[in-house]
Design a protein around this ligand. Structure first.
Ligand code: PEP
Length: 251
């Protein structure tokens, strides 16, 4: 189902007590929230249990930042989708450019993670996006299409509908350099058409596509006003309660 959604990716930031405080601050800020958007917070793994306890009393959901592509077994250091599900985690980021870049995650591995999540009733927030050199050489559409094709095209129609796509141009992540609303809208429309061509018009009309990359309280309104942008995946600005909730209220 296509929804409005704003997700905060905390990455590897905050101590346990700072994380707890930030969650309480966000809860407080959200009390006067008039936005219709679903709010998702993705803290580090170690804080998930504390976070889902706080979320149970509040108006937001919790996501993880990563998951294993394996179901269970001798995979030292890994966390399975089943374990996340048991902890009431309802979303999970997959294929973030930092995981692709620093942990060599391939589209094949990402495809496996997406399947693990779907079979454990966790909504994948699947990230895709081109590097600066891809955009400068005019290959951005091709790159994003192949990421989507290799990671999602194996899914059945009823499964792809439960995936949220986050378009995150790598050159905009953490750089303060946001895609213009025109650049973002153009790519979101392309992504929707890519989904339509492989699946159906109905599936593409119903899929939620977020924008991520230096989205903040100042530029969110203009980005979220674009017809194919359904919300945002927010990094840096999600670490300050007031800024994050301003973004949530930008619809
Ligand atoms: C991200 O890492 O998903 C992200 C969008 O980061 P930032 O908002 O800091 O660019």
């Amino acid at each position: 189902m296509r929804i409005k959604l704003v997700a905060g990716n905390w990455k590897m930031n905050k101590s346990f007590s700072e994380a707890e405080e930030l969650l309480f601050d966000i809860s407080e800020e959200l009390q006067n929230n008039k936005s219709k958007a679903e709010v998702v917070i993705c803290p580090p793994y170690l804080y998930l249990e504390m976070a889902t306890d706080i979320a149970a009393e509040n108006d937001f959901a919790i996501g993880a930042q990563n998951v294993s592509n394996f179901e269970k077994g001798a995979y030292t250091g890994e966390i399975s989708a089943g374990m996340l599900h048991k902890m009431d985690v309802s979303y999970c980021i997959v294929g973030h450019s930092e995981r692709r870049q620093y942990f060599n995650e391939t589209n094949q591995v990402i495809a496996e993670k997406v399947k693990q999540l779907i079979s454990n009733d966790i909504t994948p927030i699947f990230c895709c996006g081109e590097k600066l050199e891809d955009r400068e050489s005019g290959k951005h559409f091709e790159v994003v299409k192949s990421q989507i094709k290799e990671a999602l095209f194996d899914l059945e129609s009823d499964k792809i509908s439960s995936v949220i796509i986050a378009y995150e141009p790598v050159w905009a992540i953490g750089t303060g350099k946001t895609a213009t609303p025109e650049q973002a809208q153009e790519m979101h429309e392309f992504i929707r058409n890519t989904i339509k061509d492989k699946f159906t018009q109905k599936v593409s009309d119903n899929i939620t596509i977020l924008y991520g990359g230096s989205c903040n309280a100042k530029n969110a309104k203009e980005l979220f006003a674009c017809k194919d942008i359904d919300g945002g995946l927010i990094g840096g600005a999600s670490l300050v309660a007031e800024d994050f909730v301003k973004i949530v209220n930008s619809f």
